[in-house]
Design a protein around this ligand. Structure first.
Ligand code: PLP
Length: 454
């Protein structure tokens, strides 16, 4: 049996690490539509975007044609502290499920920030430093992005101010302390430091905040502070570009054993880990060189792909950011307070939205108790506590493996394990205490969000 030759972990040597990021847009015949200026409603120019973002990142954002971008030496050496990340053959899970399927996962949680977000954080901080900036602002919800960016900024010696959704700020004190350990200033959002924050606090005194509001605050702070720019941890094209390292490493490792996945699964919040994992595979698919079934998994409580509208919408609550054409639930949409599993952004990467709309990938929405059931099942056999976000992918991978058991097909299933769950034990506690509800928004709930789409 050839499979016996595949080790539990397929490693790449440092010398085999990809040295370029891959831009999937270069192979799309229908490109993702451009960002639109919130005032003029015209496509954003590079000059306009450079008021908010670093110049080199704007160049990456707007480039739909260059297939490969060389990864600068400094970023590569930072990557080498925690990459290549492991590609694991889930033999133990296969055995437990008694399935003929072959299951692989790419684990991005083996760095201190605990998720794939560090891959883009270091790139964005690097270009800011190179441009001579003093500091950056950003928002964070669950805290992974803020943590990753804190690590990157402290490594490069630039300042960072993080607007952290107030609910998380209060519920996740340890996340906050990791960020402060890496030198970031962490402010609960809505705060009294920005116009939009003050407005939100006046209108909704008891709000626990939202990602959309924290984005508005971070952008406002960046554009009103000399030598600062704003950075975003997901959704944008540039972030998907940096995250392509995940898929490129995965493909290089699988190629060593001539393995081609039949099904590729990832969780989707703003789309960056999924976009990164699938990038080179989607490229082959778009060029007609290979075929893969690609599945995005989202929470039923924040179902942007499966129930959202494909429309131009604001990326933030304050409506100061550019508009993006994406699958969206409306910028005012906030998932039920009982939703514990992350992936709460109202919109989806424009690139993935376009690919989905063009039929190149599928999407499913699942409820949170089934997500945690899969997480626990996985933890007990693979010995690793997954992030709730990543567990959305686990759940669907397990379902697909069970289907293989019924049909007797030995499909190869690849999924992205985007992070660890050590900072999410509060959510695990809710699951174990049986206090997690499976609230699914009604059509009326969603209609309220859609009403705000311009
Ligand atoms: C942030 C995060 C996600 C969701 O973001 P995407 O941009 O959709 O990848 C998924 N998993 C983990 C562990 C995260 O930290």
């Amino acid at each position: 049996m050839k499979e016996n030759k595949v080790p539990y972990k397929i490693y790449l040597d440092e010398s085999e690490m990809p040295e370029k990021w891959y831009n999937v847009r270069s192979d799309m015949t229908i490109k993702p539509p451009p960002l639109i200026h919130p005032g003029t409603r015209q496509p954003m120019t590079a000059a306009e975007l450079e008021g908010v973002f670093c110049a080199e990142l704007v160049r990456q954002e707007l480039d739909d044609n260059t297939a490969y971008f060389a990864i600068p030496e400094e970023i590569l050496s930072f990557y080498k502290m925690y990459r290549p990340s492991p590609l694991v053959r889930a033999y133990c899970l296969e055995e437990k499920l008694d399935t003929p399927a072959k299951i692989y996962y790419k684990f991005e949680g083996n760095n201190t920030s605990g998720s794939h977000k560090l891959n883009s954080a270091i790139a964005q901080a690097y270009y800011a430093k190179k441009q001579g900036l003093v500091g950056l602002t950003t928002e964070t919800g669950a805290g992974q992005w803020g943590t990753a960016l804190s690590m990157a900024c402290s490594y490069l010696g630039i300042d960072l101010e993080v607007f952290m959704v107030k609910g998380s700020y209060e519920q996740k004190p340890y996340r906050r302390e990791v960020m402060r350990t890496f030198g970031a200033k962490v402010t609960p959002s809505p705060s009294d430091q920005t116009g939009i924050g003050q407005k939100m606090r006046a209108e909704f005194p008891n709000t626990s905040g939202s990602l959309g509001c924290a984005i508005s605050e971070a952008v406002e702070k960046a554009v009103t502070t000399e030598g600062y720019r704003y950075v975003l941890g997901s959704v944008l094209n540039q972030v998907l570009l940096h995250q392509s390292i995940i898929g490129l490493e995965t493909k290089a490792a699988l190629d060593k054993f001539d393995i081609r996945p039949d099904i590729i699964i990832g969780c989707a919040g703003g789309g960056s880990n999924l976009g990164g994992l699938i990038a080179p595979f989607m490229g082959e698919k778009l060029r007609g060189e290979g075929d893969y079934r690609i599945i995005a998994v989202e929470p039923a409580s924040c179902p942007s792909l499966t129930r959202g509208k494909f429309a131009y919408d604001f990326c933030d609550t304050g409506m100061i950011c550019p508009l993006a054409k994406m699958y969206t639930l409306g910028s005012a949409f906030i998932p039920s307070p009982n939703h514990a599993g992350g992936l709460r952004y109202h919109g989806m990467s424009t690139t993935l939205s376009q690919l989905y709309d063009d039929g190149h990938m599928e999407a499913v929405a699942i409820t949170q108790n089934e997500v945690f059931t899969a997480a626990v099942e996985f933890a007990r056999v693979e010995g690793l506590i997954p992030a709730p976000e990543s567990s959305h992918a686990i759940k669907v991978a397990i379902d697909e493996a069970k289907k293989c058991k019924e049909t007797g097909e030995a499909k190869t299933i690849l999924f992205g394990l985007s992070g660890t769950g050590y900072f999410d034990l509060g959510a695990y506690q809710q699951y174990h205490d049986e206090t997690l509800s499976d609230y699914i928004p009604s059509d009326e709930d969603l209609a309220k969000g859609f009403a705000n789409i311009p």
